[in-house]
Design a protein around this ligand. Structure first.
Ligand SMILES: *Cc1c(COP(=O)(O)O)cnc(C)c1O
Length: 409
């Protein structure tokens, strides 16, 4: 707590109203279970970089070629971030300026596509992201998206369908990546299909990139022309995005980020990304990433035993999707009951039908130090919350959480 609440109480003296809001959020995070698959607790060092003097700095452009003066430290910060990202992921080039995962995808499209081009991506009803062709998003407005799905029975990507759609529609780019796919995409198969039809392969690895960093998931870097990612999900850095690509696309990607889709980079966030990349390169992070997956597998098994229908029968990642229908409850109702009991997660698309399931992940609780014993306990808390035992479950959730304070006691 002490980390999130400014130690000097400066904020409290000047703006008690906002200090209360921030303290309330810190308490909410520490006192309930954060199972939103895209969330994590970044380290005190990352938070320190976010609250540093670089928050004041304008630095349009790239190291050594800025549109502003006084960029010597901004340049150092960005060079360190880029070098660490390249080393961590074995990439020929890294752009660490995207403000978010969506900005990274926008930049990838801007680098490789023209408005009106056809793009093949996972359909939104199956777990494609908004940036994969939603009509409410720039992607659906400016490009012609064709969606592939997953097998209704197994929940797995139907690669034969991907290949057939690619042959029929001859897309300029194929996107692999999802907001709720709990298994590893077969990057080599996507590469073969892309090569066959002369398409670029864009991997939107926003979710698994942290597992990739820790060696707990296969890397898309050797296969994709461009890899888009976030830095704040399993990777445990500040909120933000990045793009990894081959050397021959480096200039196009850089220009697509600035000046095409963004203005001045957020240098404090870039410094914080560098800190997170440094952490992710340490052996402790590999241990963490493997624990995240082991915890997710245990939680999925325990929920399966409790009667939930876990999509794809389990998980290879931090992410689990489950249908509570066998317990007589739909996804949105389940999310509401779980939230009331202090268990925070999302709803998600299911491989079959129009019903929604629940989606959750183990990145944050694993950062807190929870292990497989706690995962079994969490599964029991899920079941109790869905039975309507709200007050008792809320108390037990609070007790469990209090044993694993995210920023120490
Ligand atoms: C999270 C995510 C994004 C977007 O990241 P934001 O930082 O929220 O913009 C894009 N694609 C996929 C697959 C994601 O999971």
């Amino acid at each position: 707590m002490s980390v999130i609440t400014p130690p000097t109480d400066l904020l409290r003296q000047q703006d008690p109203k906002m200090a209360d809001v921030l303290a309330g959020e810190a308490q909410r995070q520490a006192g309930s279970l954060q199972l939103i698959a895209a969330e994590n607790f970044c380290s005190p060092a990352v938070l320190a970089a976010l609250g540093s003097a670089l928050a004041n700095k304008y630095a349009e452009g790239y190291p050594g070629a800025r549109h502003h003066g006084g960029c010597e430290y901004a340049d150092l910060a960005e060079r360190i971030a880029v070098e660490r990202a390249m080393a961590l992921f074995g990439a020929e080039h890294a752009n660490v300026q995207p403000h978010s995962g969506s900005s990274a995808v926008l930049a990838a499209y801007a680098a490789l596509l023209r408005p009106g081009d056809t793009v093949l991506a996972m359909g939104l009803p199956y777990g494609g992201h908004l940036t994969h062709g939603s009509p409410a998003n720039f992607s659906g407005r400016w490009f012609s998206f064709v969606g592939y799905g997953v097998d209704a029975e197994t929940g797995l990507i139907d690669y034969q369908q991907v290949q057939e759609l690619a042959r029929t529609h001859r897309p300029k780019a194929i996107v692999c990546g999802s907001i709720c796919y709990p298994r590893h995409p077969e990057y080599s198969v996507f590469r073969e299909i892309a090569d066959e039809v002369g398409a670029y392969l864009i991997a939107d690895a926003a979710h698994p990139i942290g597992l990739v960093a820790g060696g707990a998931a296969p890397s898309p870097v050797p296969y994709a022309d461009v890899v888009c990612a976030t830095t704040h999900k399993v990777l445990r850095g500040p909120r933000g995005g990045m793009v990894l690509c081959t050397a021959d696309l480096a200039e196009r990607v850089d220009r697509a980020v600035f000046p095409f889709t963004q203005g001045g980079a957020q240098m404090h966030t870039i410094a914080a990304k560098a800190v997170a990349f440094g952490e992710a390169a340490a052996p402790a992070f590999a241990t963490y990433a493997h624990r995240v997956v082991a915890n997710a597998r245990t939680l999925a098994e325990a929920l399966d035993a409790a009667g939930f229908a876990v999509t794809t029968g389990g998980t290879d990642t931090h992410l689990i999707c489950a249908d509570p229908a066998p317990l007589g409850i739909d996804g949105p109702t389940a999310r509401g009951r779980l939230a009331a009991a202090g268990i925070v997660l999302d709803t998600c698309a299911l491989p079959y039908g129009d019903q929604r399931g629940i989606r959750f992940g183990t990145a944050a609780v694993t950062t807190q130090g929870m292990g497989e014993t706690e995962m079994v306990r969490i599964a029991a808390l899920f079941a109790a919350a869905l039975r309507g035992e709200t007050a008792q479950t809320r108390t037990e959730v609070g007790e469990l959480a209090s044993g694993f304070p995210p920023y120490g006691a």
